[in-house]
Design a protein around this ligand. Structure first.
Ligand code: LLP
Length: 463
């Protein structure tokens, strides 16, 4: 497409409207390694590359929009988590962040376990060869059919989320002649510092059994009485996109407190605790996430300390990072379409996707960054809002960002850190087709989830 001239939007020197942005970055062409996948860089022509492949070639071969995933980065992050926690702990990747068969195989190869929370995720895991005993099955409303399937497959643990589920799982396990390993998910009453919709340890919400009022202790009592259940531990997940470790410390303290009460009441030392996922990643250069080894050290120290003071054997710890492994490994590649400068406000840059491939901005007011990736530019920065092609004004991908003012239709832009909760929460709104996931490694690209087609849409429409 030709690079037609268009009136530039407001410059940084102009009076800027209210927004989330600070000043324009010093260098609009820089790709901050904090938010971009590890192998992303620019080639001599200024075109961004990932895994040795340039984005123009990727766009030509696979089209846009596309999620482009850096396989080496994914594996490196998975390995970093694995080695940070060592042989005495388990890392369960949270499949809800993004799951595909290739991802399951990578996890298996890198020695990670898998957390699934639906029959669909379980089916994906099993079909890609994840051994069932390395799968944890979650969910606040698992169906009888899902529980049946999980027990039959021999999943390593089912995380019980309610009193009714204790009975339900026990009954199904008995019917199948099995003794199912289970954990009980408790809510420890921590207010995690994150968006309300993704905080999960305060009491007024749907997940888990409250520690308060002795309910969690009662759940343990009941589970211990049922022969078809083997209660292996207690689970706590306090929320998602969290930077502050203090919530995990309080959670660990309270979970260990329950283990102590269980020991005192029943003479049983539960051998495992799971502290869930939720570690934050950098969506913009302002975010400062913790490294896996720091997290592992902090969590292990607190659990060990609490257990020593309670005179308990230190239980085996497990964690469930999703976003922290896959989030930074992918970016969404879009082609720029209509550009609409609004005087005194900002320039609306429409891309060929939108809220159907990234609902997080609309849903959580999430912040992202964006860069021109098909070339570099020395033009002045303009304040832009990256919007999609959907029929509503809340269809925003990046609320406030600076892009070069010579941006033109046909340019490629990319939004980094879209590996988690973007493809997995993608929709068909407006019958827009969900983008593919293209994995790049060592100069080679391969589609791991193909682009949806109109035939896919019509196949479901059987009226
Ligand atoms: N374990 C359990 C029990 C969970 O519920 C979750 C996330 C995780 C682990 C993984 O959390 P992570 O490490 O990925 O933060 N759609 C939202 C996030 C919802 C998280 C739900 N549970 C978002 O886009 O921010």
């Amino acid at each position: 497409m030709s690079r037609s001239a268009h009136p530039a939007g407001p410059r940084h020197a102009d009076v800027l409207p209210e927004g989330h942005y600070s000043a324009p970055p010093a260098d609009l062409n820089a790709l901050d390694p904090k938010v971009w996948a590890q192998t992303v860089t620019r080639d001599v022509d200024g075109v961004a590359t990932v895994g040795g492949l340039d984005v123009k070639t990727i766009a030509e071969q696979y089209g846009t929009p596309a999620y482009v995933l850096d396989e080496a980065d994914f594996r490196a992050r998975a390995r970093a988590w694995r080695s940070a926690f060592g042989a005495d702990a388990d890392v369960f990747y949270a499949g809800k962040a993004f799951l595909s068969r290739a991802v399951v195989r990578w996890l298996h190869e890198e020695g990670l376990n898998l957390d699934v929370c639906s029959g669909g995720e379980l089916a994906t895991a099993l079909s890609a060869g994840m051994p069932a005993d390395r799968i944890a099955f979650h969910g606040n409303n698992k169906s009888v059919a899902e529980i049946h399937r999980a027990v039959e497959a021999g999943v390593g643990r089912i995380v019980l989320d309610s009193f009714q589920e204790i009975v339900r799982v026990a009954h199904i396990a008995r019917e199948l002649g099995k003794r199912q390993r289970v954990q009980i998910r408790i809510t420890v009453g921590v207010e995690a510092h994150t968006h309300e919709f993704i905080a999960t340890a305060h009491e007024d919400q749907k997940f888990g059994i409250p520690l308060a009022g002795g309910q969690a202790a009662e759940a343990v009592r009941r589970a211990l009485q049922l022969d078809s259940l083997e209660l292996i531990g207690i689970h706590s997940h306090i929320g998602s996109q969290i930077f502050d470790m203090s919530g995990f410390e309080v959670a660990a303290h309270r979970v260990v407190g329950l283990l102590k009460d269980v020991r005192d009441e029943h003479g049983v030392e539960l051998p495992e605790i799971d502290l869930g996922g939720g570690l934050g990643i950098a969506y913009t250069s302002d975010d400062d996430p913790r490294e896996p080894h720091e997290i592992a050290k902090a969590l292990t120290e607190i659990v060990t300390r609490e257990c020593e003071s309670a005179r308990l054997r230190t239980p085996r710890i497990s964690v469930e990072p999703g976003r922290a492994i896959v989030g930074p490994t992918a970016f969404t590649l879009y082609e720029v379409g209509t550009i609409k400068p609004l005087d005194g406000l900002r320039t609306y840059v429409s891309v060929d996707g939108g809220m159907s491939d990234n609902i997080r901005t609309a849903l959580y007011d999430a912040e992202y960054s964006v860069a021109l990736v098909s070339r570099t530019s020395d033009a002045e920065p303009m304040l832009a809002r990256i919007v999609g092609k959907h029929c509503e004004s809340g269809d925003i991908v990046v609320k406030d960002a600076f892009l070069p003012s010579d941006l033109a239709p046909g340019d490629l832009v990319a939004v980094p850190a879209t590996g988690a909760y973007c493809r997995s929460m993608a929709s068909n709104y407006n019958h827009v087709l969900r983008p593919p996931v293209v994995a790049v490694n060592d100069g080679e690209a391969r589609v791991i989830v193909r682009r949806e087609t109109e035939e896919d849409l019509l196949r479901l429409d059987v009226g």
